[in-house]
Design a protein around this ligand. Structure first.
Ligand code: 13P
Ligand code: ZN
Length: 240
């Protein structure tokens, strides 16, 4: 696939997130590994910024290329103009920094620590998985306010019981991560631990992050999980 097709798919998903009501203001972000698809013209591009040092050395993705939503950018704007609301970054040769190479010096999402920690894991363990998606799906977030569901076991038991597709398409379920500050390395570290064994991670009172072979695949995982959450929320006892 051309890297431009990959970015166009991100734009399509961004529009769907906005329509679902999961992407208020600049809510949510997405990152996709485009290394295999970038052409020589992109590889030759000089950096637009000086290198930004990463908190952790990510050796498995050194020299790789990623399209990222811009920090503060809206999904509904990215849907129309992906290169005005996102950027392409290249990870440094030793995995300890990144530089923005296209098209504008737009800062990547504030959740880059979580996304890149995930991609560093995927590159070494599940290289066919290229996309990570964070969004704010209303009903999943609502369930993360219900105290007795605030653990991985109980959350999955509940979601899987709602509709058979949930277990079929999300067999590893969602990992539950207690509240951590958005954009923090604590959030990234907790997410990394859980994504190794789950299809997605639910960030308490915040949102969800999922991985996929492409952005549409990651979207489908969130969609399936939130469908189960919607059904649970429609059962009056959840509020009791
Ligand atoms: P960004 O605009 O930096 O991507 O942040 C949005 C968000 O949802 C943070 O969790
Ligand atoms: Zn968020």
């Amino acid at each position: 696939m051309l890297f431009t097709d990959t970015i166009n798919m991100c734009a399509e998903v961004a529009g769907m997130l906005w329509q679902r009501g999961w992407a208020e203001r600049n809510g949510g972000n997405l990152v996709v590994n485009i290394t295999e698809d970038v052409d020589e013209n992109i590889r030759r591009l000089p950096p637009l910024t000086t290198p930004t040092v990463l908190d952790t050395k990510l050796e498995n993705i050194s020299g790789m290329y990623f399209y990222c939503k811009g920090s503060g950018c809206r999904m509904r704007d990215l849907a129309r103009k992906p290169m005005d609301n996102g950027c392409i970054i290249r990870i440094g040769a030793d995995g300890s920094s990144y530089e923005i190479i296209a098209c504008k010096p737009i800062q990547p999402t504030s959740e880059l620590p979580s996304h890149l920690a995930i991609h560093n894991h995927l590159a070494a363990n599940r290289p066919e998985m290229k996309a990570s998606l964070h969004t704010h799906p209303t009903e999943l977030v609502a369930l993360s306010h219900v105290e007795n569901l605030c653990n991985t076991e109980q959350m999955n038991k509940t979601l899987w019981a709602m509709i058979p597709e949930t277990r079929l398409f999300c067999p590893k379920g969602v990992g539950f991560l207690p509240y951590a500050e958005p954009g923090s390395i604590e959030l990234a570290a907790g997410t990394l631990k859980l994504i190794e064994q789950h299809d997605a991670v639910l960030w308490e009172k915040h949102g969800v992050i999922a991985v996929g072979s492409d952005m549409m695949d990651a979207f489908d995982t969130v969609d399936i999980l939130n469908k189960a959450a919607q059904i649970r929320c429609a059962i009056p006892s959840v509020i009791a």
